[in-house]
Structures are given as structure tokens and as C-alpha cells.
Design a protein around this ligand. Structure first.
Ligand code: IVH
Length: 747
């Protein structure tokens, strides 16, 4: 199809408008149109270009991932070397720098400095010829870097062509490619979901993402670019660093939003102090602040050494990573019973504070990082985040290191600690009765779908536990008016109301009572199923795993063999077996029926009559659920819970306190509604409560919660920073809910 002049003009105009909006978005941080409008322009351009391929230009915004994967990186020589910066590690060193500047300039007023964050990513040089990006190269050793044009093109904030007036013939832009913290967190979350190894920090993630042979990989990584300088330039530069940067911004190149002009040493100090304070709140990692003389004439006068300019300095923050020794590993119990290994460290100063503990997250992490007691490790503290062990310095491992062992008993309450197969997190089985979990389990106990104790809110429970008035749930039923009125914000009236609510809650249903116990993975519907299956708490407490899940069949025999044998025997009802049943079976020539399997079957069934009476399900190994929602894992949770003496005692105390329910032969008085029954929901992003908790709640309401979005998904519950799942849901037309939307749906 030939291209009409009109279409050509339209494509050009679309391209110009997209460029303009990119500039508003990435440089000015002031988008003029909503994302949807921008997307519409891009879609229209894509449509035109795919109908008329000769309309495509290399700098078209549709061509970011145009390049084919490369077999290797090409070397690039920097015409103007990319030198690095001198560091000032302390205020004195900064003052020394300033003094050197003053003496080099032989007096005059306090010089102006351009101040910017020192971004923690990797340096890159972008070459524009006649306004179009033609080359992107890493810094490498300063003289020679690598050609990364194909991957740099995928970074949305790097313009593929310049905008505005007076674009130079040749412009080399220098700056940092980095990853925002939010982008980094999202990327690592996705990597973990795929079961792969996460990046240690945003800088490594940025470097690893840019240095890819395949640009499609880079395109999926949340990289950003910020310019802090320039190299070759075919027009005269402005007189001042700040003016020149502003001119670059005018051409569509993003510069730092934190860029300020400061005066003299005091100005530098103030800027450094201010950014140090705000560092944790920035959305990107910085490792210091950079000061550059603003006057380019003064820059030239001072010159550079082989390594760094004399007119600039990086005032670094204290390091966030240090090395120390693991003296021991202790285990902490969290509010949900998670038993977390914590390294006790030889105290070390990290980023200005003393660190003597660092989390090891869970036993999988301990194994992955291979941390042992006595090891020398790198610890990292970033902002308000809990210090963590980054890695072991294996070269320094002494001979007498000890392995970290998960305790079999909870260090707080002594209950068994279990770690279900395939799960990273070990948990205390103490539930209601473990002090570490007391508040959470009491909140659950009192909640609407459990014992439904009106007026016993979270704050009150926390007060009661902190005062040590409530150690186990039964203690709630021994509260008195005299005691209650001493509590904060508790008048005579509300105390009386609470006591009445407690009294009222004593009459409950078996299902509610089971649910209230807070057994892991026993939600409302499983509790109802259990209440329907067992005639009382005594028999439930005595149940073994086999009472929930029936294991049938013979080990080693699979369904195919079982069905083949079953069919064979049905086909020949008159066959008689010889004395040696195993040998006879093995000789039948039934597919898959080996001698070993024949022996196992003969041992289980004794004679041919027994075997003939069996169903195929009695022949091959399989499990049958006797209670809805209770598979082998949940069965183990239930049996494990009741195996704990204190759990049994606490139940006894509750019954003594007067908790009762009608016998289960009657139908449950009020079935608990399951508004989400049959719905499949996927959760993504950061939500107001831990994901496990939200998942459990959704399951209680009847939903099936799965890990990935597909056409079968009914809703995507999306929190903040939702990433690829949100995109997928949108592309499949799956309804996306935020937390408020979910609440409305449930109502
Ligand atoms: S200026 C001639 N400004 O730090 C001066 N560098 O230690 C060249 N960096 O390789 C560098 N933020 O990767 C400059 N605002 C900033 C920077 C910055 C980060 C990096 C850059 C450079 C390294 C030097």
C-alpha cells in the first residue's frame, strides 16, 4: 500500500506529540495528559507504522525494542574520557576540597557549586547525532566501554531523539542508569516468584539489566536515566554548569530534580545535611552528594588529574555495608508464629549506627547464603530497614564454624515448631497459647466469624495482654467489672457491655469454636466441615491424620497397573489362582504388574477372592479426603495442634468457663456466608496487611486464591506498586479491585 502524504504527516505529528509528552513526563515531571491518552497516541502510531513499514524511523517511540539480540558487546572508545570523582569521606575532607578550590582560583567570592545526589547506578554516555540517539556506551575503564545502544534504547526516560530549538549536530550526554527502589522491589518479587535468585541491590540489578545481549530482557526491567554532564558537544557550551544542564533538559534529557545551586562550603554542608536526612525517603539509592563548580571557566582553570576533575567532589555517606562476625543465631517468634533466625553479631558501625543483630529471614535463606555460626559476614543496613546479612565471606571461614539448627521447640512457649514440607517458614504450634502470638490469636478468637465478642477490639486486647491479665482465651471469661473499669477509656457502662458480650459469646456453635481456636489453615468453611464430621470436641481432639485423610491402596502400585489388573480379573471371573499368589499374578502378563508389585498385592490381599473384591482405588496408592478442605497438610496442622498439651488444657479451661454449643446432630444455627464462593482471585502489590492474612480471609469467604493471572481469574486484588500481574489482568480484561473495592464487593 502506498503511503499518502496525509498519513506521513499524521505519523510525524504523532511522533512529535509523543516526544513532547515524554519530555513533560520524564524531564518536567508534569504530565499534561493522562496515561490513557498517551497510550492512545502510541497505539495510533503503531497502527500506522504496521500498515506502512516505510513510515518507521529508527527514533520512533515505537522502536525501543527494535534491535535483535546481539552475540556479544562491541567495544567503544570514548573520545572524551569518562573520568571519575574524588571522594570526601568526612566534613574535613570536604573543607579540604573547598580550600583547594579557593587557592586554585586565587581568591574571589565564595564560589557557586552545583549540588546533586550521587546516584548509585552505573555511568553511561549517550551520543546524539543530528538529534537522534546513535550510540550508548558504558563507562568501562573510562577510555573504553561497551556498546549498549540496543538495551539503552529500551529505557523510557532516555529520549531516542532530541526536541526543541537549536539541537546540536553532535551531543554526548553523560549520566547514570539506575533502578528506583520500588522498581527493584517489584523486580525481585517477580524473580522470587519464578524461584530464581534475586539481585542483591538496585545497583547490581541496574548493571545486570543494562548489560544484556537481548534487549527484550532489558525492556522488562524498570530502569531509569538521569543526566549529570556531557562529553563531546558541537556547539559552544554555556558559561555555567547549571545553565548547560538546563539547556540539556530543554532538549528532552532528564536531569536531577534535586539539583540546586549552593554557595561556598556552608551551602555544600547544608545541602549534604538536608539530603542525608531525606535519603531514606527518596525513591532511589544514593551513596552521597556531588558538588561541582558552577563556572565552566573556573572548571577549566582548575583542570583535572588523570582520574578526576579538581573542580568536583563526591561527599560520600558512611557505608551501608560492613563486615563483622556471627557470634550466635537465635530464633524469634513473630505474631503469626513464624520462627525467624536472627544473627547476633559482633557490634559494628553501619551507616552511623551500631548494628548487633541482623535478620536471616528463614531457614531457606540460611541455607541459600550458607551462614554458619562463627562466619564473617557482610551486613547491610539501608534506611529504616532491619539490618540483614548480605553474604558470607567464605574466604574467612574458620575451621570451627557451627551449622544453624532450627529448634524443635518454640523458644517462647515450648510448643513444637513445625516446618511443613515445601514451606520456607517454620512455625510455633502454640497458637493461642504462645505469648508471642497471643495478641493476634486473641484478636482472631474474638473476631466476628469466630466467637463474635462485641466490644473486644484490637486495642483493648493489646492492653489486656500487655497488662498480663489475659494469658489464654479462657482468662477473658474471668474478667470482672472492678478490674475492667481501671482500664484506659473504659467506663462503667462499656465494662458492663463487654461483660455482657462475653457472657453472650459463651453460647456458640461447634464450628465457630473450632474456627476460633486459630488452627493454621482452618478457616470458616473447614471448621464447618469438621463440625459436621465430628460429634464433639473430644473426638476431634483425638482424631489422627488417618481420620481426616484415608490412605488407600498399596505402595509402589500406580493407577494404570491397578486398573489393568482390575479389568483383567473382571474379564476372567472363573480363573483360579495357584498357591503362590504373587507368582501367579506376576505371570498373568498384565501391563506394569512386576514381580515386586505382585508381591506387595499378594501380601495385602492374601488370596484371589480378596483381590477380586477390591476396587481399583484399593489397589493403587491414593488418599481420600474425609472432610472437605482437609488434605494431608491441613490434617497435620489439626493433629499437631491437638497434640500440644497446652492447647488441650486451654480448651478444657474454655469449656469450664461455660462455653457450650448445641449438639451437632442439629443443623448449624447460622451458616456463615461465603460471598466469594467459586471466585478465583489473585493478589498483587503492597497491601495494608500481610498477604498471608488477606489470602486466609479471602479463602474464608469462599474464594480460591491463586498465584498467576489467567482467563480463569475473576478478580485481581491490586495493592500499591502492582507490576506485571496488573498489566496481564488488564490485557485479559480481568476485573481489578483495590482494597476498598474488595470490601464493597464482600458487602
Ligand atoms: S559526575 C567528571 N555526577 O559516580 C565527573 N557522577 O565516582 C564525572 N555518579 O562514574 C562524574 N551520580 O557513575 C557525577 N551526580 C553525579 C553522579 C555521578 C553518580 C557516578 C558516576 C561516576 C561515579 C564517580
Amino acid at each position: 500500500m502506498t503511503v499518502s502524504a496525509e498519513e506521513r504527516l499524521r505519523a510525524e505529528s504523532l511522533r512529535a506529540r509523543i516526544l513532547y509528552h515524554n519530555h513533560r513526563y520524564y524531564v518536567l515531571d508534569d504530565p499534561e495528559v493522562p496515561d490513557a491518552e498517551y497510550d492512545r497516541l502510541v497505539r495510533e502510531l503503531k497502527g500506522l507504522e504496521s500498515a506502512h513499514p516505510d513510515l518507521v524511523t529508527s527514533d520512533s517511540p515505537t522502536q525501543r525494542v527494535g534491535a535483535a539480540p546481539r552475540p556479544e558487546f562491541r567495544e567503544v572508545r570514548h573520545a572524551i574520557p569518562m573520568i571519575s570523582l574524588d571522594n570526601a569521606m568526612s566534613d574535613e575532607e570536604l573543607a579540604d576540597f573547598h580550600r583547594r578550590v579557593l587557592s586554585g582560583l586565587s581568591g574571589g567570592d565564595a564560589p557557586l557549586y552545583v549540588a546533586e545526589p550521587k546516584l548509585d547506578g552505573l555511568a553511561i554516555s549517550l551520543r546524539y547525532e543530528r538529534g537522534v540517539l546513535v550510540l550508548a556506551a558504558t563507562r568501562g575503564d573510562g577510555t573504553r566501554g561497551e556498546d549498549v545502544t540496543h538495551t539503552a534504547r529500551t529505557i523510557p526516560s532516555i529520549p531516542l531523539s532530541l526536541i526543541g530549538e537549536d539541537r546540536p549536530e553532535i551531543l554526548e550526554v553523560r549520566g547514570e542508569v539506575y533502578m528506583t527502589r520500588a522498581g527493584f522491589a517489584r523486580l525481585n518479587e517477580e524473580i522470587l516468584e519464578r524461584g530464581e535468585r534475586p539481585f542483591a541491590n538496585p545497583r547490581n540489578a541496574a548493571a545486570g539489566s543494562l548489560r544484556q545481549l537481548d534487549p527484550r530482557v532489558t525492556a522488562r526491567r524498570p530502569l531509569t536515566f538521569c543526566c549529570y554532564g556531557w562529553g563531546e558537544l558541537s556547539v559552544p557550551a554555556d558559561a555555567r554548569q547549571s545553565e548547560m544542564l538546563r539547556r540539556l533538559a530543554g532538549w528532552g534529557i532528564p536531569i536531577s530534580r534535586e539539583l540546586r545551586l549552593v554557595s561556598g562550603l556552608d551551602g555544600c554542608r547544608d545541602y549534604f545535611e538536608d539530603l542525608s536526612r531525606r535519603r531514606d525517603r527518596l525513591d532511589f539509592d544514593i551513596d552521597g552528594v556531588v558538588f561541582k563548580l558552577d563556572s565552566l571557566a573556573d572548571q577549566t582553570r582548575l583542570g583535572a588529574t588523570n582520574h578526576h576533575p579538581r573542580w568536583a567532589i563526591a561527599r560520600k555517606f558512611p557505608a551501608q555495608e560492613e563486615m563483622t562476625r556471627v557470634e550466635s543465631v537465635e530464633f524469634q517468634v513473630g505474631r503469626t508464629g513464624a520462627v525467624t533466625p536472627v544473627a547476633r553479631l559482633r557490634p559494628v558501625q553501619v551507616g552511623g549506627v551500631t548494628v548487633s543483630n541482623a535478620t536471616l529471614h528463614n531457614m531457606d535463606e540460611v541455607a541459600r547464603k550458607d551462614v554458619r555460626i562463627g562466619d564473617t559476614v557482610i551486613v547491610r543496613r539501608a534506611g529504616d530497614v532491619i539490618p540483614e546479612v548480605v553474604r558470607v565471606v567464605v574466604e574467612r571461614r574458620p575451621a570451627d564454624v557451627r551449622e544453624v539448627e532450627l529448634p524443635s521447640q518454640c523458644p517462647v512457649c515450648g510448643s513444637d515448631v513445625i516446618r511443613p514440607e515445601g514451606e520456607a517458614v517454620a512455625r510455633c504450634t502454640g497458637g493461642l497459647f504462645c505469648q508471642a502470638q497471643r495478641k493476634e490469636s486473641l484478636k482472631h478468637f474474638a473476631s466476628r466469624r469466630a466467637m463474635d465478642i462485641e466490644g473486644l477490639g484490637d486495642k483493648l486486647i493489646e492492653q489486656l495482654v500487655d497488662l498480663d491479665w489475659i494469658r489464654e482465651p479462657a482468662d477473658l471469661y474471668h474478667l470482672t467489672q472492678d478490674r475492667l473499669v481501671h482500664l484506659e477509656r473504659m467506663g462503667e457502662k462499656s465494662a458492663a457491655n463487654l461483660l455482657a458480650a462475653l457472657e453472650h459469646s459463651k453460647e456458640t456453635s461447634f464450628a465457630r469454636f473450632i474456627h476460633a481456636l486459630g488452627i493454621r489453615e482452618v478457616g470458616v468453611s473447614t471448621a464447618q466441615a469438621l463440625a459436621g464430621r465430628f460429634d464433639g470436641i473430644e473426638s476431634l481432639m483425638q482424631a489422627r491424620v488417618e481420620d481426616f485423610v484415608q490412605i488407600r491402596g498399596v505402595k509402589g502400585v500406580g493407577p494404570e497397573t491397578a486398573k489393568a489388573l482390575h479389568a483383567y480379573l473382571a474379564e476372567y471371573p472363573d480363573l483360579e489362582a495357584s498357591d503362590d499368589l504373587a507368582e501367579w499374578l506376576a505371570g498373568l502378563g498384565v501391563r506394569g504388574l512386576t514381580r515386586g508389585r505382585a508381591e506387595a498385592l499378594a501380601e495385602r490381599f492374601g488370596d484371589l477372592a480378596g483381590l477380586r473384591a477390591a476396587e481399583p482405588e484399593d489397589l493403587y496408592l491414593n488418599s481420600r479426603r474425609l472432610v472437605d478442605g482437609v488434605g494431608p497438610v491441613v490434617a497435620a496442622h489439626i493433629a499437631g495442634f491437638f497434640a500440644q498439651d497446652h492447647n488441650r488444657e486451654a480448651i478444657e479451661h474454655l469449656l469450664e468457663a461455660g462455653i457450650h454449643w448445641p449438639s451437632t446432630s442439629e443443623p448449624p444455627s447460622e451458616p456463615i456466608a461465603q460471598p466469594l464462593a467459586g471466585k478465583t482471585i489473585v493478589i498483587t502489590g503492597t497491601l495494608s496487611r500481610p498477604r498471608d492474612e488477606i489470602k486466609a480471609r479471602l479463602q474464608e469467604l469462599g474464594a480460591k486464591v491463586t498465584g498467576s493471572v489467567s482467563k480463569q481469574t475473576d478478580y485481581l486484588l491490586a495493592g500499591e506498586e502492582a507490576g506485571s500481574k496488573l498489566d496481564k489482568a488488564r490485557s485479559l480484561g480481568v476485573e481489578v479491585l483495590d482494597e476498598a473495592g474488595l470490601a464493597a464487593l464482600i458487602d
